[in-house]
Design a protein around this ligand. Structure first.
Ligand code: AMP
Length: 282
């Protein structure tokens, strides 16, 4: 596996691969890799001849006071995992390679970015959209793979790629979970053993809400309130628990069929997010 830090070198290598008519798959990450990330790599390898993984802890997607400085950085271990997974290139640019000191361009995907995670994380999705757009411009892959774990982020990226005619196929992979149901996340390492035992309750709340929806037991606002109270009782500080239309994340009505339930809740200082997507037959 080649480890590359400069945009110029990535471009040179991609040019060579293109001359050899190789297709290129791309997986952008912030590192501290787990099996969820590796499932994206596997998917990228299925669809492309060469795979590039990037690790870049993107400063512009952290709101002031968030965990940018303490975000787990484990480059050595990540590199080993990617070597074992037979990734072709690891792209690890530093901040100066990605952002000019006087950079002044931001991408705003309005309508999808303001609510839910965007409401509490000011500028978060603008930072995500900007860095993903830049990385896609740098790597120019045929396909790029993202996780459904970050469902709102996935929708923001899909909309941006569509609206800006970026020539890349966006693929997504299901959320990779531990045996207890907890969605794998780099931030799980912040949890104490006690919090780790409580954390799977977040997914259980999603499963129970899904069941209630499919059984048409209650109205959506009632289901949302019930699960928020339940999370509070279990020790979470819930931020949102919303039943949405999967495609545009608008609040769902009872006759919508393609649904996603999105939730974010803090456990101590750790903010967890999760979601469940499903179809309700009418
Ligand atoms: P991150 O390093 O957290 O920015 O995530 C990089 C990519 O991995 C994003 O597309 C995430 O949605 C995806 N990802 C993170 N956790 C998981 C998971 N548990 N299952 C599947 N994909 C994930």
């Amino acid at each position: 596996m080649q480890v590359i830090q400069s945009i110029e070198q990535i471009r040179q290598l991609v040019r060579q691969w293109r001359q050899l008519e190789k297709t290129i798959g791309f997986v952008p990450t912030m590192g501290n890799l787990h099996q969820g990330h590796l499932s994206l790599v596997e998917e990228a390898q299925k669809c492309a001849d060469k795979v590039i993984v990037s690790i870049f802890v993107n400063p512009t997607q952290f709101a002031p006071g968030e965990d940018f400085t303490s975000y787990p950085r484990t480059l050595q271990e990540d590199q080993e995992k990617l070597e074992n997974a037979q990734v072709d290139v690891l792209f690890v640019p530093d901040r100066e390679e990605i952002y000019f000191p006087d950079e002044s361009t931001r991408i705003n995907v309005s309508g999808l970015s303001e609510q839910y995670c965007g409401a509490s994380r000011t500028g978060h999705f603008s930072g995500v959209a900007t860095v993903v757009c830049k990385l896609l411009n740098i790597v120019q892959p045929d396909s790029a793979v993202f996780g459904q774990k970050d469902f709102q982020q996935l929708r923001v990226i899909q909309r941006m790629v569509r609206d800006l005619n970026i020539p890349v196929k966006i693929k997504s992979m299901p959320t990779f979970r531990g045996l207890d149901g907890l969605a794998m996340s780099s931030r799980n390492s912040y949890l104490t053993p006690e919090q780790k035992a409580t954390a799977p309750e977040l997914y259980q709340a999603l499963l129970d809400a899904k069941e209630a929806i499919l059984a048409c037991r209650q109205g959506y606002p009632e289901i949302e309130h019930q699960q928020i109270s339940r999370l509070r009782c279990s020790g979470f500080d819930p931020e949102y628990f919303v039943i949405c239309r999967s495609l545009d994340l608008h609040s769902a009505k009872s006759d919508d069929t393609d649904l996603v339930i999105l939730t974010a809740a803090k456990l101590g200082k750790t903010r967890l997010i999760d979601n469940i997507e499903f179809i309700k037959k009418i």
